[in-house]
Design a binder for this molecule. Structure first.
Ligand code: MN
Length: 369
């Protein structure tokens, strides 16, 4: 029955073997690979790789599921172009066939919004995120020295069932993993040596044309509109830029981040903030920077402060950050133009102050100084 839990102390080659041994238990059974949050290409590719390995090892059926929106069109493109079968479910009971075991990839905790997982054993956990506690699973492989979980799966494949150029299915797995590797490492700018080694393995196998299609950074028409609004309202002060884009419907909130991604490419700036009112409920914004002196989390916290419970409205990582401030009762205002000018004034003041500039000029003196 239960084997002793395999821990991270195993040498690399043995981890692949231990992974295979864990999957042995699911021979003839149904394995559910659970993606957490909004699935990204690394998670999706690893789920596909795990299903591939599982099938080779005699697992009867593997289902890949997720519970939240597949939001970026890049992710939808991956699923569509590689024809990956992903099930969106809120409960394990939504799957017709009974599930025997769970597997987690690119995450080490079961999706909290997925019901019905309590009594199902977690067979394998493969991830590259730092764990808060000790993840609970039969087999756990957590590596912090890789930029993508895809790198770990390339390792397993090499060791257990090497991909072949002659098989379309193998090439499909290789292409997905390469795309996951590229996106999780920001096109290899954050890749570690192990990631490059994995990419070297995949390079000869993956479908280059498909990969080129996948990595075309397509922009949806709705995002183009927001970018146009951002350009029209752009304010540049020395190396800092900001833009208010007005009201954005809730399902399109990603467009604010996409506008920031676009504007940061302007060559005379190193930091940009794009903000808008999302769903009449929040002021939301995205910061992008390549300034060594701007720490997005700290910067946004200083600019916008905290809520009643002391939680910062903003946060971030090395090169990007975001903030979200509820507008509460003001969201009911029917005069949207007036509401926006209020939001715009408050946001600009906070941003310029944080940037160390004077408060926004009064009307009609914009070019006077
Ligand atoms: Mn990842």
């Amino acid at each position: 029955m239960s084997e002793p839990v395999r821990r991270l102390t195993l040498p690399q080659q043995e981890r692949a073997r231990a992974f295979a041994e864990a999957l042995e238990v699911a021979k003839g059974k149904h394995l559910l690979v659970v993606l957490r949050g909004h699935p990204d290409p690394d998670g999706i590719a690893c789920a596909l790789a795990q299903a591939h390995i599982a099938q080779r090892l005699g697992v009867k059926k593997t289902t890949i599921c997720y519970s939240h929106e597949l939001s970026h069109r890049e992710n939808r493109a991956l699923v569509k172009l590689l024809n990956i079968d992903l099930k969106k479910i809120r409960s394990v009971a939504d799957i017709a066939e009974p599930v025997d075991y769970l597997a987690l990839v690119d995450a080490h905790e079961v999706e909290p919004d997925l019901a019905g997982t309590e009594d199902i054993e977690v067979l394998t956990i493969v991830d590259h995120h730092r764990a808060h506690g000790t993840p609970k699973g039969q087999f756990v492989d957590m590596r912090l020295d890789v930029g993508a979980t895809a790198t770990i799966f390339v390792d397993y494949l090499q060791e257990l069932t090497p991909l072949s150029l002659d098989s379309d299915e193998d090439r499909r797995v290789a292409t997905a993993l390469m795309h996951g590797l590229a996106t999780d490492t920001d096109d290899f700018s954050l890749a570690r040596s192990l990631d490059f080694r994995a990419a070297g393995v995949l390079a000869d196998l993956c479908d280059r044309d498909l990969l080129a299609d996948l990595s075309r950074r397509l922009i949806a028409p709705s995002a183009m509109d927001i970018i146009a609004r951002a350009l029209a309202s752009l304010v540049v002060r020395r190396n800092f830029a900001m833009a208010g884009v007005g009201f954005v419907p809730e399902p399109e909130r990603d467009t604010i981040a996409q506008a920031a991604d676009f504007l940061i490419r302007r060559e005379d700036i190193d930091t940009v903030v794009v903000y808008g009112v999302v769903g009449e409920r929040f002021i939301e914004g995205s910061l992008r920077t390549h300034s060594p002196s701007v720490d997005p989390g700290v910067w946004l916290e200083q600019a916008f402060g905290h809520d009643d419970r002391g939680r910062a409205y903003g946060g971030g990582r090395r090169d990007k950050g975001g903030f979200r401030i509820p507008i509460g009762f003001l969201g009911r205002a029917t005069d949207r133009a007036q509401l926006w000018s209020l939001v715009e004034h408050a946001a600009r003041s906070a941003l310029l102050k944080q940037f160390g500039d004077d408060p926004p000029p009064k009307a009609a003196t914009t070019n006077g100084s």
